[in-house]
Write a protein that binds this ligand. Structure first.
Ligand code: 1CP
Length: 344
């Protein structure tokens, strides 16, 4: 049975569950903005939320980078902000300064229920079903959620600019924040469960703004909520990868406390430091997406550092953040080929 199980188990699951040495590559934001075939669809679909909620188009976009580059995993085309949307907050995607949500209303948040929530996101689950049926069995389908803190940054409009949050707003809401976090954990677990039931193999939990949490609050806003979500995944045997971006040396503490199956490092983390400090976890990613805007040689040189450092331990090749919109798709192709050659 186990032999059979291993054979049909997708590559990413094998690495995450068995800490297997088999090789795997995918990129954050691999489906989207930098691909001409995506832009063509996007042009005809001005409302981004509606595009995410169109099961056929979502599935088509998810498969675009797989067709082009033969990556090992697909990540479902969706957005972390669909959860606040499904919980009753309207979301607009402006080009600048980014996504804008309607004013937060706690009465609306706390008046939701599982059935209503799952129905609102039904088309995401349908998109996963369609995609899983079309995707080669040895490739993984990754689903994702935003971690509570990162969602709250958008839900309460906490960001002042790229690198700063509004501390007064944070502190004046701190009592309410506890309840919001718990409510979000509940619905994020439901969203994970639904996506896995629809056919996703693995979940990635994006805490993209973890680096903006005041040090004294890091337990409350980052470690605890991520731990609860990972514990839920463990209970349901769902392979999970955490991405607490911007934590620097606190990546070590995060990993010891939260204990995810996989951890995506960002580009501020030195690979040899990660290998040394992040134990009992599969390391993923790290390469600066900006390097794909440089020459081929520079890109290969930077990537080699990751391949060399992690060649003897399980490692999922990926980036330290998402692919940038200005990335040339041919560079992505070259990087994947270079990776495959190196690891042959
Ligand atoms: O204008 C456009 O065409 C929309 C651009 C776009 C795309 C392609 C947005 C708006 N979201 C997405 C898809 C998306 N978002 C995916 C798809 C699958 C893939 O990776 O290929 C994923 C995984 C996300 C996740 C996401 N959305 C995160 C976490 C990852 C990260 O990059 O840090 C975050 C923070 C968001 C919010 C979001 N969605 C879109 C924008 C412009 C933003 C804001 C980012 C910011 O505030 O800097």
């Amino acid at each position: 049975f186990y032999q059979y199980f291993n054979l049909v188990m997708s590559n990413l699951r094998k690495i995450l569950i068995n800490k297997n040495l088999c090789k795997s590559v995918w990129f954050m934001r691999q489906a989207g903005r930098y691909l001409p075939e995506f832009r063509k669809i996007r042009k005809k679909n001005q409302n981004f939320i509606n595009l995410c909620l169109n099961s056929d188009l979502s599935s088509e976009i998810t498969l675009q980078p797989i067709k082009r580059f033969n990556l090992d995993s697909a990540i479902i085309f969706s957005d972390i902000l669909l959860v606040p949307y499904a919980l009753g907050q309207s979301v607009k995607f402006n080009k600048k300064p980014g996504p804008k949500l309607s004013d937060f209303n706690s009465k609306i948040l706390f008046s939701n229920n599982e059935k209503k929530f799952s129905q609102k996101l039904g088309s995401v689950y349908k998109a996963i079903e369609i995609t899983r049926n079309k995707l080669n069995k040895n490739k993984s389908l990754i689903c994702f959620v935003g971690a509570p803190w990162t969602l709250i940054v958008y839900m309460l409009g906490l960001k002042k600019n790229k690198a700063e949050i509004n501390l007064d707003k944070l502190n004046s809401n701190s009592i309410l924040l506890n309840d919001i976090i718990n409510e979000l954990i509940k619905y994020l677990c439901i969203h994970i469960k639904n996506q896995i039931n629809a056919g996703a193999d693995v979940v990635q939990i994006f805490d993209s703004w973890a680096g903006l949490i005041p040090k004294k609050d890091i337990n409350k806003y980052c470690y605890e909520p991520n731990t609860k979500i990972v514990e839920f995944c463990n209970l349901k045997k769902i392979p999970n990868i955490c991405f607490p971006k911007g934590l620097n040396k606190d990546f070590e503490e995060f990993n010891k406390i939260v204990k995810p199956d996989g951890i995506n490092i960002d580009h501020d983390i030195e690979p040899s430091w990660a290998k040394d400090k992040l134990k009992d976890v599969v390391i993923q990613g790290g390469l600066n997406p900006r390097i794909l805007l440089k020459s081929k040689d520079k890109m290969f040189q930077a990537a080699t550092k990751y391949f060399e450092t992690f060649k003897d331990i399980p490692y999922i090749f990926n980036l330290g953040h998402g692919l940038l919109p200005e990335t040339d798709p041919d560079k992505v192709d070259e990087l994947i080929k270079f990776y495959r050659n190196f690891n042959e």
